[in-house]
Design a protein around this ligand. Structure first.
Ligand SMILES: Cc1cc2nc3c(=O)[nH]c(=O)nc-3n(C[C@H](O)[C@H](O)[C@H](O)COP(=O)(O)OP(=O)(O)OC[C@H]3O[C@@H](n4cnc5c(N)ncnc54)[C@H](O)[C@@H]3O)c2cc1C
Length: 340
């Protein structure tokens, strides 16, 4: 019977949680179509694939395919997509879903291109039917807009927006307490050197001191107004005093002042601190979608008309190069007073 396939994202055997959310949504789709839910694990060592398959079983997965090949050990988007496309041609699934991560989007786009089928990204709701187009709701503009859309084509290709659904194991009274192994079927695709023009050749551990940006309770963000890589030193000092982390706008990454891992927004990370201090940032929509989760925003900007003031809870109009050092001084005084 034609299945619904979920592409399980992992990095060298480490499961990405967004895949469990995707499988939870995919399970609903499979139920609506009266089809089995099957998982696809690409690359990985055999023991890792086995462990991944076992971790998926509680999510209602009936069977897993392990797409294995020497060339698939590490991420290579064209080759991974070719592996999936060949599996799709053999298994003829009703749909292929991936998590709405950078990798999931890249992979599903390549699968679509190789199969000549359209793909819908960042879906939050999928109303599947056996025949005809599916009705979808998906995130657009970095989540600031919800779009109702129709998805045509066979098979249906889509990605599921992260956090669209909570990852929930399937209710499985029949197997409760019973240790069952999920069936894991190996599939070896045919690949050529040209499929490996894009591949991981080296892994470099990102250097990050202190709290990760996505977990920080206080984030100090810097934009064009900071003016230089050097200018971020005072933002680092302010963040360190508050036990927080430094982030930035795309202008700061484009200018090479900060690494891309620090970029907040639509094409960067989403943060949810108690306080976001935005320094010299105008408040473009693509930046603000990354700070939607911030409880309070303090904006420091010399332009009283800057759009960020419409979103900020507190605003200071002035030159950040004067204001941030004063803030640092005051915090140091308070801390010294507390210590004394
Ligand atoms: C598809 C797409 C995706 C994008 N993704 C992202 C993303 O993920 N993240 C992101 O940030 N952007 C993103 N952008 C870019 C975004 O549209 C803006 O261009 C960018 O956020 C602007 O950065 P900025 O606020 O630092 O610079 P600007 O918009 O130039 O604003 C600089 C601000 O600094 C103020 N300023 C200048 N000097 C000082 C000073 N001395 N003291 C105080 N204030 C000062 C100015 O008044 C101004 O308000 C994306 C754009 C596109 C098209």
């Amino acid at each position: 019977m034609s299945a619904v396939l979920g592409l399980v994202e992992h990095d060298q055997g480490k499961l990405n949680e967004a895949s469990l959310e995707m499988l939870t949504l995919a399970r609903g789709v499979a139920q609506a179509l009266n089809a089995p839910l099957e998982a696809v694990i690409i690359g990985a060592e055999e023991a890792q694939a086995r462990a991944l398959a076992d971790a998926l079983r509680p999510y209602g997965v009936a069977k897993a395919y392990w797409v294995r090949h020497e060339a698939l050990r590490d991420y290579a988007p064209l080759a991974w997509a070719k592996g999936v496309a060949q599996l799709v041609q053999q298994r003829q699934p009703k749909a292929v879903l991936a998590a709405g991560t950078d990798r999931g989007h890249e992979l599903i786009a390549h699968v679509g291109a190789q199969l000549g089928v359209v793909a819908a990204t960042n879906c939050v709701e999928v109303r599947a039917q056996a025949n005809g187009p599916w009705a979808l709701t998906r995130l657009r503009w970095g989540g600031s807009l919800l779009e109702d859309a129709e998805l045509k084509g066979e098979p249906k290709l889509l990605t599921v927006a992260p956090h669209a659904v909570a990852a929930e194991p399937a209710p499985s009274p029949a197997t409760e307490g019973v240790e069952l192994e999920l069936e894991l079927e190996a599939f070896t695709p045919e690949l050529s050197d040209s499929d490996l023009v894009v591949r991981v050749v080296e892994r470099v551990q990102a250097e990050r001191k202190g709290v990760p940006l996505t977990e920080a309770k206080v984030v100090v963000g810097g934009g064009r107004g900071v003016g230089s890589a050097e200018g971020f030193k005072m933002l680092e000092e302010l963040a360190a005093l508050l036990g927080g982390a430094v982030g930035c706008s795309r202008v700061a990454t484009n200018n090479g002042w900060r690494p891309h891992t620090d970029q907040i927004g639509q094409t960067g990370v989403q943060i949810a601190p108690d306080l976001y201090i935005a320094c010299g940032i105008s408040g473009a929509i693509q930046h603000m979608v990354g700070v939607k989760g911030a409880k309070r925003i303090l904006a420091i900007n010399k332009d009283p008309e800057a759009p960020i003031f419409q979103r900020a809870d507190y605003g200071v109009i002035g030159d950040l190069h004067e204001i941030v050092p004063k803030l640092i001084e005051e915090i140091k005084k308070i801390k010294a007073g507390q210590a004394g």
